[in-house]
Ligand binder design. Structure first.
Ligand code: HEC
Ligand code: HEC
Ligand code: HEC
Ligand code: HEC
Length: 404
């Protein structure tokens, strides 16, 4: 039943090992982000290596691995977008400036790609949510009547195959993939037997997975480490599997399928896995109507697609230029960047190439921080901090100015 061997990798990825592996760059897949287009900026896997190379790990940790001066990224920064994280990163420039200067080290500059990678990594570590609760899982397994047709640990029905093999995985993504692939025939069987279609909310699917892990009679639970889920591959699969035909590029929605950014915005990875299943029957019907073959997933494919969906919220570019204009004045940027009689302390940003993309802005601000810092110090201006979506709105404003 479990012939899809690469799959086990993704799912076996335990909470702790990913922090460690990603931190220390072991057994990592080659950087794919750069090659596979630009819809998702940043390659989290390369970012993990940078996290070490640029010494972030001296002060920050992932799941307790690393320094303790700064926050642990497995516990802060949850679900924040690239621009929100860029704002948080900017806020602690003075602190880093002082540390770096005290040690006589050069200011670490980043290219846009590097900054994207490292921020993407901070976002990525939250992808691995906690395992479910096996006691609750047993309850769902009974209540949703899986037990009528499937056995685990020798107990349960024999209409469908035993599910013991899924105990190899920590996350419920393989389970979701198995259910998806067999969905149409399983659903036909449920209809025939008068069993209501099970759906999953919140952490229920993670709980069922934890129950299977606890109860399974699987003896051989070998550890195989291959690559972790990759949102950039997921993006390609989103096209290749035909999802894009109804959900549109970047999942923005068409008249055939809903906007997936909105639908997944608040969800953890294991919840997205449940959601895919919940909608699979209606989607199968919609695909029949449009003559699209119900796609099958192999190996790490479902994990990659889910990682892609999880990343949709990471790169939001729309914002409010008017709020941005107010922020430009309030944060003091205008004091140095608005030309008076043709001259200003800092460069005229309406002529800057850097502000044309959110990442360009974040990178330029970071790289110019030492010069800005010194001027602010001598002018006794407080270092501006960014909260919530402020960086996003500022970026939209600067872009609109630069284009005029
Ligand atoms: C010298 C120690 C030090 C180093 C090195 C360091 N940081 Fe920090 N970082 C901190 C401290 C302390 C805070 C929290 C207090 C603050 O905002 O100043 C922080 C906060 C952050 C935050 C905001 C987190 C939040 O919840 O507000 C981000 C993002 C961040 N760091 C990213 C990085 C990255 C990426 C690197 C590597 C390029 C790095 N830091 C290197 C000490 C450090
Ligand atoms: C009415 C009977 C029935 C119920 C109820 C049912 N299944 Fe199934 N299930 C099947 C059948 C039959 C198959 C095999 C379908 C096929 O051959 O394509 C299957 C296949 C599967 C597979 C793929 C197995 C493999 O070989 O990889 C998984 C995973 C699965 N079911 C999980 C569940 C879970 C979890 C529940 C409860 C939420 C559930 N099923 C409820 C009948 C059922
Ligand atoms: C034939 C059109 C079609 C295709 C192809 C398709 N979908 Fe859907 N999708 C839909 C429709 C219609 C819904 C809403 C179904 C419902 O209400 O249950 C939906 C719902 C969803 C949802 C839940 C959204 C919500 O509102 O909660 C997700 C997630 C999703 N699709 C992902 C995918 C992925 C991933 C693929 C590719 C493997 C895919 N879809 C392929 C039409 C499609
Ligand atoms: C105290 C004066 C001062 C303040 C306040 C200031 N800057 Fe600057 N800024 C500068 C100077 C000086 C430079 C050029 C630095 C250099 O050459 O390294 C610069 C450079 C930049 C650049 C790089 C432009 C390019 O094309 O390379 C950007 C982007 C930028 N600032 C954005 C901002 C934003 C956004 C704010 C408000 C949060 C801000 N600055 C506040 C003085 C300031």
């Amino acid at each position: 039943m479990m012939s899809m061997s690469p799959q086990r990798t993704v799912i076996r990825w335990s909470l702790r090992s990913v922090g460690l592996l990603a931190c220390y760059g072991l057994a990592m897949a080659p950087a794919l982000g750069a090659q596979s287009g630009s819809a998702i900026p940043g390659d989290p896997i390369a970012g993990g290596r940078m996290f070490v190379a640029r010494q972030c790990v001296r002060c920050h940790s992932i799941w307790g691995n690393g320094g303790t001066l700064g926050p642990d990224f497995a516990t802060v920064g949850a679900g924040r977008s690239l621009q929100q994280l860029a704002g948080m990163f900017w806020n602690h420039t003075p602190r880093m400036m002082e540390t770096v200067r005290a040690r006589g080290i050069d200011w670490p500059t980043f290219t846009e790609t590097e900054l994207a990678d490292v921020i993407s990594y901070i976002y990525y570590v939250k992808l691995f949510d906690e395992p479910g609760d096996p006691v609750l899982g047993e309850r769902w397994f009974l209540e949703k009547q899986c037990m009528q047709c499937h056995s685990v640990g020798g107990e349960g029905g024999a209409v469908g195959p035993p599910l013991d093999g899924y105990a190899r995985y920590v996350a419920p993504i393989a389970l979701s993939q198995g259910m998806w692939n067999h969905g149409p025939s399983m659903q036909a069987r449920q209809v025939a037997d008068g069993i209501p279609m099970p759906t999953f909310v919140g952490r229920e699917m993670a709980d069922v997975q934890a129950y299977i892990r606890r109860t399974s009679n699987l003896r051989n639970r070998e550890v195989v480490l291959l690559q972790p889920p990759n949102p950039n591959i997921g993006r390609e699969l989103f096209s290749a599997k035909g999802c894009v035909r109804c959900h549109g590029p970047a999942g923005k929605g068409t008249r055939y399928g809903p906007n997936l950014l909105k639908a997944t915005q608040q969800l953890k990875v294991s919840e997205i896995a449940g959601q895919l299943w919940n909608h699979s029957a209606k989607m199968a019907a919609a695909m029949r109507d449009r003559g699209i073959t119900f796609p099958q997933f192999r190996g790490t494919e479902m994990a990659d697609v889910i990682a892609f969906l999880y990343y949709l919220r990471f790169y939001e570019t729309e914002g409010d230029a008017q709020i941005g204009a107010v922020l430009f004045a309030e944060k003091g940027c205008a004091n140095c960047h608005t030309p008076v009689d043709g001259a200003s302390i800092g460069p005229d940003l309406s002529k800057s190439q850097a502000v044309l993309t959110p990442l360009g802005l974040a990178t330029a601000m970071w790289d110019h921080a030492p010069a800005m810092y010194d001027r602010m110090q001598s002018a006794e201006v407080e270092w501006p901090r960014f909260e919530g979506n402020e960086m996003r709105d500022l970026s939209v404003f600067l872009r609109s100015m630069a284009r005029n």
